[in-house]
Write a protein of this length. Structure first.
Length: 241
């Protein structure tokens, strides 16, 4: 199951898994984009995904979507948590604004993951990948705080479930071309200026470059890798540890 599959990184991971022969359930609010992705995968000769139109924000949504995916697929072996969104906030932001950002970017991810893990434990195999965010925040952003919570929660949970053959890893995207990044850097000049100043590779990444790592971490060959946080950012991350 790939959440946030309608665009950007989630879409690239869903497409890549399908092209490897995985039967994928794609989840997003925009069904038309999922239909376009399914047609693209079928045209390339991949396994057509099943489509789930869903919004994770309402209470109980995570559990309902997990049940729907299990019904459509038979079982969920792999979960890609790619849904969420940036929530920059001013200092004066109220409690409701913080709760909205934390709910979408942490609580619903935790709930969805906990909903699928019992099935993975029963079959003694599973892969969970969380798409998170920067550890070098430049501003107040509820999503940054939520993604940091994901890192700590996922690390602890990885120790709980490793004995059942389940791995949990987090990937930190740097500046990867996507709809959201396009809004922050709307011109070629703004992209080039940031890349020249901040990214040693001198460019923004493509969704497929991150998807390749996610697909490897989902494979049997990555069975001894768990509890990690891996940046994919062209060297932008400045700390050695």
């Amino acid at each position: 199951m790939v959440t946030g599959a309608s665009r950007g990184i989630g879409r690239a991971i869903a497409r890549g898994l399908a092209m490897e022969g995985v039967r994928v359930a794609t989840v997003a609010r925009r069904l038309q984009l999922l239909e376009e992705l399914a047609a693209e995968i079928a045209a390339r000769g991949g396994e057509p995904p099943v489509l789930i139109e869903g919004d994770f924000y309402p209470a109980g949504a995570s559990e309902a979507i997990a049940a729907r995916a299990a019904d459509l697929l038979g079982r969920v072996d792999i979960l890609i948590n790619a849904a969420g969104g940036s929530r920059p906030l001013p200092f004066e932001a109220d409690k409701a604004q913080w709760e909205e950002g934390m709910t979408l970017n942490f609580w619903r991810i935790r709930e969805l993951t906990h909903a699928v893990i019992p099935g993975m434990q029963a079959q003694r195999w599973g892969r969970i990948i969380n798409l998170t965010g920067t550890s070098e925040p430049r501003m107040l952003n509820a999503a940054f705080a939520a993604k940091a919570a994901v890192h700590v929660w996922a690390k602890g949970l990885s120790r709980e479930v490793a004995g059942a053959g389940i791995t949990i890893n987090s990937i930190q995207p740097g500046r990867i071309h996507s709809e959201q990044i396009g809004k922050r850097y709307p011109t070629k000049e703004s992209v080039a200026e940031f890349a020249a100043a901040e990214i040693p590779m001198g460019r923004f990444g493509e969704p497929e470059e991150l998807a390749d790592l996610a697909i490897f971490l989902c494979s049997p060959r990555a069975g001894y890798i768990t509890g990690t946080v891996v940046p994919v950012d062209g060297g932008m991350f400045r700390f050695a540890f």
